[in-house]
Write a protein that binds this ligand. Structure first.
Ligand code: NDP
Length: 392
């Protein structure tokens, strides 16, 4: 019996609303609030049971506090944009409500993916007896839980970790991103970074690649090394780790378009003056690119995201690959969104469920790998993201 306030009615918000509505025994009352109320109402109209909707500017703490005081949720589930994280955490502290999100805070004028801003809330959440769960999407999120699962069931120590994210889907567009274009392009165009022997090593953007042979007929694909936020907490929490890297697949067509956009300045995040008006080129680019939500009915194929880990158990070397494969068209049929939104929204619902049922509940700013992975792994199998593992 609990009340959840979902903030953000984009691609991920749509999946979260559907998935929470499917579990009435946990999410008794649901409110979906976002900047554009019509988007909330459109999602609400697709659901099997009634939910409340509201207009909310999540950057306005007083507005969020007022909405929380009116609806009285037990948990605020943030699937708006990373820029809103701190404002929503402030509102939760002020009203005594638990918090969770799927992406770490990022300042608008600086593409920096770091937990330092949210870790600074540690003492305040602890003092109030509230929990803030960081990054309960797929990556970050399920990838952290896959690591915790392997650490618990397969290894004494994990020495090498490669998180490999493959979208083998096709939406038929010349160039489009599968989630918020601004966040996606900021992430990909920044310098790469991985962790080795206690230090971060930087690489030029998209300068390192490997070919990985994905399972179940997906086959070999070129993957590029990126920095990804879950590495920052995993290197703190995985015992004995010597190297941690993150890889993502991109098609040649995607990379060629991105290079051109970068070369002509369209991915810049600083503001320029246009006819007396200040605009950030990347925000203008977002406005002309296809809305990721519109890709749902067009996308075919599968995603495959997993963790490849090498380490030791009882003195013997061991390799474990834990992964999920998700079909774009099956997701669209179930919740009206493609697999990238689905693979984020399902773990967001499960993270909220873990907290609201008290399965994962501890005051403070917490990461997914700090909790028992078993109930989360079971829930993945039950709620649409079954996983497999290959042990050798
Ligand atoms: P969208 O851009 O589709 O949706 C974002 C939503 O947030 C929109 O409804 C938008 O409103 C709303 N919003 C933006 N600013 C505000 C504000 N100030 N107040 C209230 N609402 C606001 O993004 P996605 O759904 O694709 O992504 C949602 C989140 O999920 C992002 O933080 C993204 O980084 C994260 N993500 C995490 C992944 C993971 O695996 N961990 C993977 C993919 C995404 P409007 O419609 O009016 O613009």
């Amino acid at each position: 019996m609990s009340r959840v306030l979902i903030v953000g009615a984009g691609g991920v918000g749509q999946v979260v609303a559907h998935k929470c509505a499917q579990v009435p025994e946990v999410f008794t009352e649901i409110m979906l609030a976002s900047r554009t109320k019509e988007k909330c109402d459109k999602i609400a109209a697709q659901l099997p049971r009634p939910i409340q909707t509201a207009k909310l500017d999540a950057d306005n703490v007083a507005e969020t506090v007022a909405l929380i005081n009116e609806f009285k949720p037990d948990l605020l589930l943030n699937v708006a944009l990373p820029y809103q994280d701190l404002h929503l955490m402030d509102a939760c502290l002020e009203t005594g409500v638990h918090y969770m999100d799927t992406a770490n805070y990022e300042p608008l004028d600086e593409a920096k993916f770091e937990y330092k801003w949210q870790w600074a809330y540690q003492d305040r959440f602890k003092e109030k007896g509230l929990m803030a769960l960081m990054g309960s999407g797929f990556d970050p999120g399920v990838t952290n839980v896959f690591c915790a699962h392997a650490a618990k069931h397969h290894f004494d120590e994990i020495h090498e970790l490669d998180i490999i994210d493959c979208n083998a889907g096709d939406h038929g567009q010349a160039f489009a991103t599968n989630f918020n274009p601004e966040i996606n392009i900021r992430e990909i165009t920044q310098r790469g970074r991985y962790w080795e022997r206690g230090e971060w090593v930087e690489t030029d953007p998209l300068s390192w690649s490997m070919t990985y042979d994905f399972p179940e007929g997906i086959g070999p694909k070129k993957c590029f090394l990126l920095y990804h936020e879950e590495l920052e907490s995993l290197v703190l929490h995985l015992k004995g780790l010597k190297r941690a890297r993150f890889w993502m697949t991109f098609s040649d067509q995607y990379l060629t378009h991105l290079k051109v956009l970068e070369n002509i300045g369209m991915t810049r995040i600083d503001e320029i003056d246009y006819k007396g008006q200040k605009i950030a080129p990347i925000q203008f680019l977002k406005a002309v690119l296809p809305d990721p939500g519109s890709l749902g009915p067009l996308t075919k194929g599968r995603t495959c995201i997993g963790c490849l880990m090498k380490g030791v158990k009882d003195g013997k070397e061991k390799t474990v690959y834990v992964y999920n494969i998700c079909d774009h068209e099956a997701c669209y049929e179930e919740v009206g969104s493609q697999a990238v939104s689905y693979t984020t929204g399902v773990p967001a619902m499960i993270g909220a469920m873990m907290m609201l049922t008290g399965t994962w509940m501890e005051a403070g700013v917490k990461h997914m790998e700090q909790f028992d992975p078993d109930p989360f792994m079971d829930a993945l199998n039950r709620h649409g993201l079954p996983w497999k593992e290959v042990v050798s």
